[in-house]
Design a protein around this ligand. Structure first.
Ligand code: ZN
Ligand code: ZN
Length: 416
């Protein structure tokens, strides 16, 4: 390969990666009125389950707020609309932050960022035993396949989150951040997946090759649950078994109730189509196990609203990576300390860190998020086991709790 070509290809890849990050939401300084006017009745009729007993209030940060706060109406309704798509409550319509992007890139150049792992990043990659998944054993079980890709089995139903098993997180096979850890399982070697949930359309979460692979799986395509506005792209790929959901909408499928919940983030697969589709997280609810998948998100009062409706959560998957520099990333990506606040706000019995170690998207070293998470847990006086990280390809099994009614926090109306 010609050095010049290699250089320009690398530059193009970096540009493709950061272009989307540059379009993050900016906080509005003044005159900030949430456009969402949620029906109060919906929020108050949600069953109002309270935080899990035994979860200590988070005392380390003033902004964490009271342990049992009033609901925040700004996040309690459907996602606020704009003329072309969606926005976060309390934030202006998204405008490209080109100046901030250039400042970040200039700082990176001057400071030699992103940071490397001394000696290189060579974590162990396990070959997971997928037989219990294939056998559809009823007890809750997850396997981490890197980044935000989990396969969850609960009650004999298999759910996959943000499937990304490609070599790059980009629009083409040779553009975008390169995978830094091999995939533990190829998409063709997976057991039959029943439901796929997609948090938003960024390339590290919605990967064309992986969703096409799942759509072509033996035994028929899974049900793809996607944010409002993302269905057209899916159908354009020839994927037809798709449902689009707004925040708090739900779908009942294969013994599960799956609810789309808010996140503070943005969307777009090109800088010219930002926030046309929605973003969010997912509650996967079974009578014996409630799972929360947070997607990509900045911190905000939305998590107390999620906790008010769905606590206690048996397992929460919360992002802990892609957070530096904070001045640029904080509106759209939490750091590990904020991830611990989310863990507490949503009333999670235990949480697992995700969105780290797989693609280098930001300045911190690939191995830094778990170390920062350990410091944040210690500062919050939480045991390490309350919020853990998993190895690539690692499987964990959980004890099902006694059967309880599925969550009532979702909107009454079904997803469209
Ligand atoms: Zn994203
Ligand atoms: Zn991401």
């Amino acid at each position: 390969m010609q050095p010049g070509f290699r250089r320009s290809r690398a530059a193009f890849g970096v540009l493709a990666a950061v272009a989307l990050l540059a379009c993050g939401p900016r906080t509005r300084a003044a005159g900030d009125t949430p456009a969402a006017s949620p029906p109060a009745a919906r929020a108050s009729a949600s069953g109002a389950e309270r935080s899990a007993p035994g979860i200590a209030p988070f005392a380390a940060g003033a902004s964490a707020g009271p342990a049992d706060p009033a609901p925040d109406p700004a996040w309690a309704g459907p996602a606020p609309r704009t003329s072309s798509g969606f926005r976060n409550p309390g934030m202006a319509e998204t405008e490209p932050r080109w100046g901030a992007l250039l400042r970040w890139q200039w700082q990176r150049l001057l400071s030699g960022l992103p940071r490397d792992v001394p000696g290189g990043w060579h974590p162990a990659v396990l070959q997971p035993d997928l037989e219990p998944f294939r056998a559809r054993r009823p007890e809750p079980r997850i396997v981490w396949l890197g980044h935000d890709t989990f396969l969850l089995a609960v009650g004999g139903t298999l759910v996959m989150t943000d499937p990304q098993l490609s070599e790059r997180a980009g629009p083409l096979s040779f553009i975008g951040p390169r995978r830094r850890v091999p995939v533990p399982v190829a998409v063709g070697a997976l057991p039959h997946v029943d439901i796929v949930v997609i948090s938003h359309d960024h390339y590290d979460h919605l990967d064309r090759a992986t969703v096409l692979g799942l759509n072509a799986q033996a035994g028929g395509p899974p049900l793809f649950l996607v944010p409002l506005g993302a269905g057209a792209w899916m159908r354009g790929q020839g994927i037809g078994n798709v449902r689009e959901l707004d925040w708090w909408d739900s779908v009942n499928a294969r013994g599960l109730k799956v609810v789309f919940v808010p996140a503070r983030h943005f969307s777009g697969r090109t800088p010219f189509a930002v926030n046309r589709s929605l973003w969010g997280g997912w509650i996967v609810d079974h009578p014996t196990f409630r799972f929360y998948f947070a997607g990509d998100t900045g911190y905000g009062p939305l998590f107390r609203e999620i906790g008010r409706r769905f606590a206690p959560i048996d397992l929460a998957a919360i992002p802990i990576g892609s957070y530096e520099p904070r001045w640029f990333m904080s509106p759209m990506h939490v750091d590990p300390e904020e991830a611990v606040r989310i863990h507490l706000d949503v009333g999670a019995r235990r949480s697992v860190g995700m969105h780290w170690g797989t693609f280098q998207l930001t300045d911190e070293a690939l191995d830094e998020p778990p170390k920062a998470l350990a410091r944040a847990l210690a500062a919050a006086r939480l045991p390490a086991g309350a919020f853990f990280t998993m190895g690539f390809g690692e499987v964990r099994q959980f004890a099902p709790r006694p059967a309880a009614p599925v969550a009532s926090g979702a909107a009454e109306r079904e997803a469209r």
